[in-house]
Ligand binder design. Sequence first.
Ligand SMILES: [Zn+2]
Length: 295
Amino acid sequence: MMPPILYAGLTLDRAHPIRRDGDIVPLMHQEGARYLPYWRGRQLVSMSPPPGAVLLDRDTGLALAEATGGSCLLLGMDDAGPLLGLDISALDAGEEGPDLGGRWVILRAVGGLLPSQEAALLAYARGMLVWREKTRFCSSCGGGLIFQDSGHSAKCTNPECGALAFTRSDPAIIMLVTDDHDRALLGRQPIWTPGMYSCLAGFVEPGESLEDAVAREVWEEAGIRVRSSSYVASQPWPFPQSLMIGFTARSDGGEPVADSHEIEEVRWFTRYARPRSWNPGSPVRADADGTAAAP
Ligand SMILES: [Zn+2]
């Protein structure tokens, strides 16, 4: 059986009929409303057992929304009431972030330490709030936007335009390439911590199927031809807005050649090989803002 996939499997009711009705304000004031805050790319968690997302109560959330003018959106509904995402980035605070009873963290650095539903909830909220943070003007005419669907879409306010903008997930592929000698093709980027290697990955381009993208990326990054590929599973990857789509792929082998722009080294590994500078104690390094130049 396949193990659980980090950030996937969220069971929260996304309340599509409710959010389609549109107005976020009554939901913000509703009894039992709770707020999941977002501050300058970071989210609030409690790491003391049990670790998880810190939810602010209704009155705290409303006060912060009023103080910051922060954008708010509906994430979903549970038995207690609405669950809302709130961007309070306008709040001035030191490096530690606003004192709201938890630690402000970059999800990518701690997601694997959280229970699966907590990690998935934070990933969903992050994806929504980053989209909202970056969606400030109409991409067709540069006009202003008004958010609707409880924060899940936006409409251009220019009456001659009226374009709609929706949340998005950019497809990215990641693939375990093997050859007939039971070896796996792994590469590393220069910014990674020493000894860290990964399956190759990349973004899907217009005019490509997922399988096309797998073959192209392996060729571009390693100079290796893939003869077949098979879908395995997918993963929300809100860093900042990808859907990671996992494949296995088979190759006839050959000597890999690293693409020096993205990959500094790419090699075939047997099951028993260790990278030359392997250090299992090295912490995984996350980019300062939690985003990645490439998946
Ligand atoms: Zn427009």
